[in-house]
Ligand binder design. Structure first.
Ligand code: PEP
Ligand code: MN
Length: 337
C-alpha cells in the first residue's frame, strides 16, 4: 500500500498518517518528493482497509500495491500448479482437451460421444447432468441419472469426468460420481458453493463469471484454496460485451494475465466463448497459441438435435479435425497435445 499525500500537506499531516499506520500495527516509510510526499506501508499480512487512511488530513490517494488474493498468487507459490484430474495432468506441458456434450441426454449417446472424442484425442469427458439454463422451460438436465450416464461413459471410454454442480446441497452427490467438479460462470461468486467444493478436496474447474474482473475471478479461486483444496483449474469462457456477432467475447488476453500472476492452470472454452460452431476452431487455435493449458469443447453427434447449446457443438469429426490442427500450434509454443 502506498499513500500519496497532497501537495499542500503539512509535515504534521505526514506525521498524523505515520501515527495512524503505526496504530494499525504496520510500518510507515515516508518518501519525500519534490512535489509531494508518498508513504509506503509494510508489515501487512493481508489487505489493509484503505478507507481508514483515505480520509486523514493531507491524504490525496491510497494505492493498493499488493493484491487481496494470496494462495492463488505466484508470489505465494512460484511454480505452476499441475492438477491431476483422474490421473490426467492439467497445467503441465501437455495441452489438455476436455470434450463432450453440453448436457448428457441418454446412456447410449453419452457413451458414444465419449468413445468418439476419446478416439479423436480428448483427455477428459465433460457433460452436464445439472444444467443452469436461462429459461426455466429449457431442459434442466437429468440430475443423478445423468451422473450415472457419465459414470457409464467413463467406464466405456476411460476418460475421467468433469461435470457441473449447481448448489451446495448437491456437492456430495456430484462428488461421488465426478472426477472434477465444475463451477459454472453463473456460480463463480456463489461463495458458499465455492467453500463447499473446496472442502471436498476434489479438482474444481472454475469458470469465469460473465462479468467478472480478473481480481474477482482469482478471489473466487482463493475461496477454494482457502478451504485447503489447491486443485483448481481456471477456465475463460467469454465475457459479456457489446459484440453482437458472438454469444460472449472470449477474453484470450486473460490467459497471459493469469499466467503472470497465478500458478493455477487456465483453460479456454471457445464453445461458450463464441456460441457459434464456425468460430470454435479458430478461437481454439488462438487459445492454444496464447498459452492456454487446455480447451473445453462441446461435442455432440447430432448438434441439431441437442437439448442444450447445439449451435456451438462440433461433431466428433469436426472435433477430430480441430485436434489435428492443434498439434503444430502447441508445438510452436513449447507444448504438446
Ligand atoms: C457449460 O459448461 O455447459 C456451461 C453452462 O457453461 P458456463 O457456466 O460457462 O455458461
Ligand atoms: Mn453448454
Amino acid at each position: 500500500m502506498l499513500i500519496v499525500m497532497d501537495r499542500t500537506a503539512t509535515q504534521a499531516d505526514v506525521e498524523g498518517v505515520v501515527a495512524a499506520v503505526e496504530r494499525m500495527g504496520l510500518r510507515a516509510h515516508p518518501i519525500p518528493g519534490v512535489q509531494r510526499t508518498a508513504i509506503g506501508i509494510t508489515g501487512n499480512r493481508g489487505v489493509v482497509e484503505p478507507t481508514a487512511l483515505e480520509n486523514l488530513p493531507g491524504v490525496l490517494e491510497v494505492i493498493k500495491v499488493s493484491h487481496p488474493y494470496k494462495l492463488v498468487s505466484r508470489e505465494f507459490h512460484p511454480d505452476d500448479t499441475v492438477v491431476s484430474i483422474g490421473g490426467v495432468p492439467v497445467g503441465g506441458t501437455r495441452v489438455v482437451l476436455v470434450a463432450g456434450p453440453c448436457a448428457v441426454e441418454t446412456f447410449e449417446r453419452t457413451v458414444a460421444i465419449a468413445v468418439a472424442v476419446k478416439a479423436r484425442g480428448a483427455h477428459l469427458l465433460r457433460g452436464g447432468a445439472f444444467k443452469p439454463r436461462t429459461s426455466p422451460y429449457s431442459f434442466q438436465g437429468h440430475g443423478e441419472e445423468g451422473l450415472r450416464m457419465l459414470a457409464a461413459a467413463r467406464e466405456a471410454s476411460g476418460l475421467p469426468v468433469v461435470t457441473e454442480v449447481l448448489d451446495t446441497g448437491a456437492v456430495d452427490l456430484v462428488a461421488r460420481y465426478a472426477d472434477c467438479l465444475q463451477i459454472g460462470a453463473r456460480n463463480m461468486q456463489n461463495f458458499e458453493l465455492l467453500k463447499a467444493v473446496g472442502k471436498t478436496g476434489k479438482p474444481v474447474l472454475l469458470k469465469r463469471g460473465m462479468a467478472a474482473t480478473l481480481e474477482e475471478f482469482l478471489l473466487a479461486a482463493e475461496y477454494v484454496l482457502n478451504e485447503g483444496n489447491p486443485n483448481v483449474v481456471l477456465c475463460e469462457r467469454g465475457v459479456r460485451t457489446f459484440s453482437d456477432f458472438t454469444r460472449n467475447t472470449l477474453d484470450l488476453a486473460v490467459i497471459p494475465a493469469v499466467e503472470r500472476i497465478s500458478h493455477l492452470p487456465i483453460l479456454a472454452d471457445p464453445s461458450h466463448g463464441t456460441g457459434r460452431r464456425h468460430k470454435v476452431a479458430p478461437m481454439s487455435r488462438a487459445a492454444v497459441a496464447a498459452g492456454a493449458d487446455g480447451l473445453v469443447i462441446e461435442v455432440h453427434d447430432r448438434p441439431e438435435e441437442a437439448l442444450s447449446d447445439g449451435p456451438q457443438a462440433l461433431t466428433p469429426d469436426a472435433f477430430g479435425d480441430l485436434v489435428s490442427q492443434l498439434g503444430p500450434i502447441a508445438a510452436a509454443v513449447g507444448r504438446s497435445l
